[in-house]
Write a protein that binds this ligand. Structure first.
Ligand SMILES: Nc1ncnc2c1ncn2[C@@H]1O[C@H](COP(=O)(O)OP(=O)(O)OP(=O)(O)O)[C@@H](O)[C@H]1O
Ligand SMILES: [Mg+2]
Length: 451
């Protein structure tokens, strides 16, 4: 039978008579039947249906809703975007509400009137389709900006600034702790600038010994020093027409700072041992985890160079200061490492999400990357748990004591999380939070949260 273009509808129902009746009533769908927990999970994995009806009274204990409620949780953790309509006995309103609170889309009380249930199912399919479109749109538009994954207002602000400075030639100084994404941001600036077809050359000023740094940067003529067998171009020349990324600029030795400054003023390089001045056109992006002003005050960094480099300064927030980003980045890293290591881990357990949100991430995104990579490689189950992430409990952030602060922080966090979980769909997020849409909008306004 050619059923391939009908949407899949999974009906979990143990009553054979009802099964038949439902199958017959819903012939506009590709009805898949399951009669207990195990067969339901098999069909769920196989078809990933957008809409599911779930009879809460299932074997081995059909008189009790507990098997059904447990299955509901399992379904939602495996397939969080599926719309589950729970079907209950006619005096089980409380249980129905419990199911909706646990994430069911809607409920329906027996006895079943196929026309009524059809309407609910039809609406569920429409909503699922709409959400799917929103999700795609959201993913394309917001989640990833040239590889930068972010949803927090803090990082959105950084991305907007990047969009503004990229087309210009101004020097950008990126300030942020280790692992916050300085190199990724530098790459994004280059990639959306008119210089993108030319090289972006990165130099790590902290990793090259003092005596080699000059020849690295400016190049050298044959015979300039022992071992200089042939004339070699420096990194600045390689970047001609493109972007020069000076990483860990705070660690550049004083003597070289003077030479770099001269280059920035005159825009010509002289190779070591050479006499010729070679004009070079580069855009400079510098980065450091040091507070450059402090280095200037301590006399370790030239003030005039500091001003040259910092025409625009971008402060990159620590990962723990980006509301909602940890889980979002974690999910995308999970997909990446699943592909890389041919694993098929579906998601994170609740305790893993809580631990990730409470942890202080001293190593920022790089640390998150390492933890997820190791969890993906080592995990034995299809979910990553807090234990897999090896998050040290002593490092979980302390709660502030002032109640208003606690409440505001908790509200902000819950809202961010609901928006992430519903992929930017505000109606859905409001529903998760038990709020009306206008209330959610006013709270988002109060806490400057964007969707
Ligand atoms: N917002 C983000 N979304 C996705 N990946 C990110 C994000 N920020 C950083 N990363 C990833 O995290 C890792 C560390 O980022 P990057 O090397 O740019 O940081 P850094 O600030 O230069 O760190 P370091 O000080 O250690 O050199 C990289 O693999 C990068 O791709
Ligand atoms: Mg770096």
């Amino acid at each position: 039978m050619a059923q391939s273009n009908k949407p899949d509808l999974l009906i979990i129902e143990d009553d054979k008579g009802l099964q038949k009746q439902l199958k017959w009533s819903f012939d506009q769908y590709n009805v898949i039947l399951a009669e207990d927990r195990d067969s339901a999970l098999v069909e769920l994995r196989r078809f990933q249906p957008q809409v599911i009806t779930l009879d809460l009274g299932l074997p081995p204990d059909p008189a009790n809703a507990s098997v059904g409620l447990e299955l509901l949780e399992e379904i939602l953790s495996l397939s969080p975007t599926s719309k589950v309509i729970v079907v209950t006995g006619n005096d089980q309103r409380e249980i129905a509400m419990q199911a909706v609170n646990a994430g069911a889309y809607d409920y329906y009380q027996k006895p079943i009137q196929p026309e009524e249930l059809t309407l609910i199912i039809k609406r569920a399919f429409e909503l699922a389709k709409l959400e799917d479109e929103n999700r795609r749109h959201f993913q394309q538009q917001k989640e990833s900006f040239h590889g930068i994954i972010a949803t927090s207002p803090e990082m959105m602000g950084v991305c907007q600034k990047i969009e503004k400075v990229a087309p210009t030639d101004v020097s950008v100084l990126l300030l942020g702790d280790s692992g916050t994404g300085k190199e990724l941001l530098a790459r994004a600036i280059h990639d959306i600038s008119p210089r993108r077809s030319k090289n972006m050359v990165a130099i790590n000023c902290a990793a090259i010994p003092d005596n080699l740094l000059e020849s690295e940067l400016f190049g050298y003529e044959a015979g300039a020093f022992t071992g200089a067998n042939k004339t070699t171009m420096g990194k600045i020349e390689y970047a001609n027409g493109g972007t020069l990324f000076l990483d860990e600029i705070g660690d550049m030795p004083m003597a070289l700072q003077a030479k770099l400054l001269r280059f920035l003023q005159e825009r010509v390089v002289e190779r070591v041992g050479g006499r010729e001045s070679i004009p070079v056109d580069v855009r400079i992006i510098a980065a450091t985890h040091h507070t450059l002003e402090d280095l200037v005050n301590e006399g370790k960094f030239r003030e005039d160079l500091f001003y040259r480099l910092s025409e625009v300064v971008l402060n990159i927030p620590a990962l723990s200061k980006r509301n909602g980003d940890v889980v979002l980045i974690a999910r995308s890293l999970l997909e990446k490492f699943n592909r890389q290591y041919s694993r098929n881990i579906r998601g994170f357990s609740k305790d893993a999400v809580q631990a990730m949100e409470a942890y202080s991430w001293p190593g920022n995104v790089r640390e998150l990357e390492n933890k997820i990579k190791s969890a993906v490689v080592m995990s034995d189950s299809n979910q990553i748990t807090a234990k897999d992430l090896q998050i040290d409990e002593a490092q979980l952030r302390e709660m502030p004591l002032n109640l208003r602060q606690v409440r505001e922080a908790a509200e902000t966090r819950a809202i961010q999380r609901a928006i992430v979980l519903s992929d930017g769909n505000i109606s859905q997020a409001a529903k998760l939070l038990g709020l009306t849409r206008p209330t959610l909008y006013s709270l988002m306004d109060k806490y400057s949260i964007s969707s």
